[in-house]
Ligand binder design. Structure first.
Ligand code: FES
Ligand SMILES: [Fe+2]
Length: 438
C-alpha cells in the first residue's frame, strides 16, 4: 500500500509536479512515425503529461513540435495549414487558419498577414517548441529543461533494423503507473494470461511450454536487483525437478520494460507514457534482435495478436474496451482461457482499467509477489523527490545510453547458481545494432 500523499506524488505528471519534472528529463515516445510520415502532412494533435501539443512535418521534411495553441487568440494549430515555400511569405510553416499567423518549426511567428505590412509585431511572437527526433519508427519529444537534453535512449528495439521490429500504440484509460505496475508484475502471467485447461487437475496434455512452466508454479519468488538504468526483476519458479525456471524482466527508468522471449523468438517490450493523469499511451514492441520478423508474425501483431491490440480502424483506440466489457466470453473462461478475454494486451488493460483511472493504493494489500511493483514505485518516488530537492542541477539516473543496452532473459538453472551471474551474457543487447547509431 501507499499513502494518499505518495500516491499523489507517484501519479501526477503535469508541469511543475515532482513526478512530471522527473519524467520530463527523459525523451518521450510520442508518435508513430507513420502518423507524420510525409512532408507537408496533416499536423497531429496530442497531449503528453497534460501539455497540449501539435507535431507536424514541414514541406522540407523537418519535424516540428509546438504548443498547440496560437499565440494570437489561442486557436488550435491542429487546424493549421501546413504550407510550403510556395506560399505568400516564401517559407515552410504552419499557418493558423483563424487569422493567418504562421509559425516555423522553432515556434517563431514568421508571417502575420492581419497586421500592417510594416508592423514588426511578429518579431516578438514565439510559441513554445520542443526538441523532436526520430528513431525506431517512433517520433520522440523532449519536454524538459533545455540545458539537460540527454541522448536518445539506446533501447535495443529502437536500433535494430526496421524489418526486425513491430511497434504499436494504444490508448489506455488509466494512469500510467497502473500500466507500469502490470508490466513488471510477472506473477499475473501465471493467471491472467494462462490457459484454463492447465488449471484443470485432470489435464493430461503436454506440459513443457513456457505457459506450462508459468502455470506449474503460480507463486514465484521475486528478486529485485537495482541498476543504474532501473532494475532487474528475477521471477523464480520451481520446475519440479529441483531446478529453477527464471524469468528476468528489465525495467528501465522511467516507463519501459522488456519481457523475456520464448527460445529465439521475438522479445516483447513496452513503454507507458502519461497523456494526462487519467490516461496513457501504451506502446508495445515486438522485436527479434537476431533476424527479421516473419510476415506471419507481423500479420498476427497487426490483427491484435501477442501483446498488440486490435484498434478501431484509423485510430489507436482498442475495439475491446470497458464499454463492451472487453467482449469477455464466459464460455471461453470456463473452458480454455483463464480470463475469457481475447488477447494478452486486452487482458492486461481490462484489469488495469478496472481499478479506476487512478487506483487508490492505500486500499491495496501487497504480498511477496509484489516485490518488483513495490521497488519500482519506491525508485520513482525517490528519484522524483531527489530531483525536487536538488533542483535543476540534480543528476537523474537512467539516462546513460550505454546502460540501456539490455534485454530480458529466461533460463532454467540449477538451484545453486546465481541468477544474476548466470544470465549476465544473455541480458546484453547485441552490440552490432549500435554501430551506426549515435
Ligand atoms: S488565433 Fe491564430 S491567428 Fe488568430
Ligand atoms: Fe500482462
Amino acid at each position: 500500500m501507499l499513502s494518499a500523499a505518495d500516491n499523489e506524488l507517484l501519479t501526477r505528471t503535469g508541469p511543475g509536479t515532482p513526478m512530471g519534472e522527473l519524467l520530463r528529463r527523459f525523451w518521450v515516445p510520442a508518435l508513430l512515425t507513420e502518423e507524420v510520415a510525409e512532408p507537408q502532412c496533416a499536423p497531429v494533435r496530442l497531449t503528453i503529461m497534460g501539455e497540449s501539443l501539435v507535431v507536424w512535418r514541414d514541406a522540407d521534411g523537418r519535424l516540428g513540435a509546438l504548443e498547440e495553441h496560437c499565440a494570437h487568440r489561442q486557436a488550435s494549430l491542429y487546424f493549421g495549414r501546413n504550407e510550403s515555400r510556395e506560399s505568400r511569405d516564401g517559407n515552410c510553416g504552419l499557418r493558423c487558419v483563424y487569422h493567418g499567423w504562421k509559425y516555423d518549426i522553432e515556434g517563431r511567428c514568421i508571417d502575420m498577414p492581419n497586421e500592417p505590412a510594416q508592423s514588426r509585431f511578429k518579431e516578438h511572437i514565439r510559441i513554445k517548441s520542443y526538441p523532436v527526433a526520430e528513431r525506431g519508427d517512433v517520433v520522440w519529444l523532449y519536454l524538459g529543461p533545455g540545458g539537460s537534453i540527454p541522448p536518445l535512449p539506446d533501447l535495443e528495439w529502437a536500433v535494430v533494423p526496421q524489418s526486425r521490429r513491430f511497434v504499436s500504440k494504444r490508448l489506455q484509460y488509466s494512469n500510467f503507473v497502473q500500466a507500469i505496475d502490470g508490466g513488471i508484475d510477472s506473477s499475473h502471467v501465471s493467471f491472467l494470461h494462462s490457459d484454463a485447461r492447465l488449471w484443470n487437475p485432470d489435464w493430461t496434455g503436454a506440459k513443457n511450454s513456457t505457459r506450462d512452466r508459468l502455470a506449474d508454479d503460480g507463486a514465484p519468488k521475486f528478486f529485485v536487483e537495482p541498476t543504474e538504468y532501473g532494475m532487474l526483476i528475477g521471477a523464480r519458479r520451481n520446475t519440479g525437478d529441483g531446478r529453477h525456471y527464471w524469468r528476468i524482466t528489465q525495467w528501465l527508468m522511467p516507463w519501459y520494460n522488456i519481457v523475456p522471449r520464448d527460445g529465439d523468438g521475438p522479445i516483447s517490450a513496452h513503454a507507458w507514457v502519461p497523456i494526462d493523469d487519467e490516461n496513457c499511451w501504451a506502446w508495445s514492441i515486438s522485436y527479434n534482435p537476431d533476424k527479421p520478423l516473419t510476415k506471419e508474425q507481423t500479420d498476427h501483431y497487426r490483427s491484435g495478436g501477442s501483446i498488440h491490440a486490435e484498434a478501431t480502424p484509423g485510430t489507436y483506440v482498442p475495439t475491446r474496451n470497458a464499454g463492451n466489457d472487453y467482449l469477455i466470453d464466459r464460455t471461453l473462461q470456463r473452458t480454455v482461457s483463464f480470463s475469457g478475454i481475447h488477447g494478452i494486451a486486452m487482458q492486461d488493460v481490462a484489469m488495469q482499467e478496472s481499478m479506476g483511472r487512478i487506483v487508490d493504493r492505500a486500499k491495496e494489500h501487497l504480498g511477496s509477489s509484489d516485490a518488483a511493483v513495490i521497488a519500482a514505485r519506491r525508485r520513482l518516488l525517490a528519484e522524483a523527490r531527489a530531483l525536487a530537492e536538488a533542483g535543476q542541477d540534480a543528476t537523474v539516473s537512467g539516462l546513460d545510453p550505454l546502460q540501456q543496452r539490455v534485454r530480458s532473459a529466461s533460463m532454467i538453472l540449477p538451484a545453486e547458481v546465481s541468477w544474476v551471474d548466470a544470465t549476465a551474457e544473455s541480458r546484453k543487447a547485441s552490440e552490432q545494432h549500435y554501430q551506426y547509431s549515435s
